[in-house]
Ligand binder design. Structure first.
Ligand code: GLU
Length: 290
């Protein structure tokens, strides 16, 4: 890897960060440092209902306490800003128009609930699995192509039938997901006027010239979706490195389960970042103390 390496950490400020986030971001930082590259902090504060400025600020404070630092970001500036997604709307809108003009996306009035009911999600207990949008609900090709703005409706990307999306993950090796089997038509724009995660992240990773995306392995299927977007938008895709998720001794993902593992609370309880970072098995080191 050369010094053209550009990595990023991209928290969503819907709550305070926990140890699972910190571990992923630490790995992202180490990979950028090892490659003598740059690290970008991007605030993914798109969701107007769930994102809060205090969590954006909290993420910066907590990660700095943990020992992370970055070369570009909302608090330090840089040439690829703005670094808050809420300030990058024009860029997302351009991408929406491009996808729409080329016939890749269509307006959709179905809610998440409708899709879940129709697909009768086979494994509702699996957080990462998303119900597959029924093919029979797709509108005819060309629907929506005359729209001059997204309006107040959802827009979905029409995935190519049965195509297998393959990529080489930096940690996991070869990965493959099949359209319409592992994932279906996915949201690119939300009816509340903001781009969906998949679109925003691709537009920003490309605009910020990210060369490697480091993130949790819960986003593996998202990587397959995003590769379709890179292709449709004519953008060069980065490399990917998916980190293991922090689990407790019963194998449950820590993230959703244990509020006492927010960085804030660990700090308040007197834990030292250096110990939290260097322990091989973070969870078992902490288990007795929480
Ligand atoms: N913002 C996303 C999250 O906090 C991560 C996005 C990404 O790394 O692609 O889960």
């Amino acid at each position: 890897m050369s010094s053209t390496y550009r990595g990023r950490i991209a928290p969503t400020p819907t709550g305070y960060l926990h140890l699972g986030h910190a571990r992923t971001f630490w790995i992202a930082m180490e990979r950028a440092r090892e490659a003598r590259g740059q690290l970008i902090f991007r605030d993914e504060n798109l969701d107007p209902q769930r994102c809060k400025p205090e969590f954006s600020q909290g993420a910066i404070e907590d990660l700095r306490w943990f020992g992370c630092d970055w070369d570009e970001g909302p608090d330090v500036g840089g040439p690829s800003g703005p670094y808050r997604q809420s300030e990058r709307h024009a860029l997302f809108l351009q991408a929406w128009a491009r996808l729409k003009d080329a016939g890749y996306i269509y307006p959709c009035d179905k809610s998440r609930k409708d899709v879940a009911r129709a697909a009768q999600a086979p494994h509702p207990e699996e957080e990462a699995s998303e119900p597959i949008y029924p093919e029979s609900w797709r509108p005819p090709l060309g629907t929506g192509q005359a729209a001059d703005s997204p309006g107040d409706t959802n827009w979905r990307f029409r995935v190519p039938d049965e195509r297998c999306i393959e990529f080489d993950d930096g940690r996991l090796g070869p990965c493959a997901f099949t359209c319409l089997r592992d994932f279906g038509d996915f949201l690119v724009w939300r009816k509340d006027g903001v781009p969906a995660y998949e679109l925003a992240v691709v537009v920003d990773d490309a605009a910020m010239q990210i060369s490697e995306v480091v993130r949790g392995e819960d986003l593996l299927i998202s990587t397959a979706r995003q590769l379709l977007l890179y292709q449709a938008l004519g953008l060069k895709a980065p490399e990917f490195y998916h980190t293991p998720l922090l689990c407790d001794t019963t194998g449950q993902r820590l993230a959703k389960r244990n509020r006492s593992l927010t960085l804030r609370e660990l700090k308040a309880a007197g834990h030292q970042p250096a110990n939290l970072r260097t322990s091989d098995d973070w969870w078992s080191g902490l288990e007795d103390s929480i």
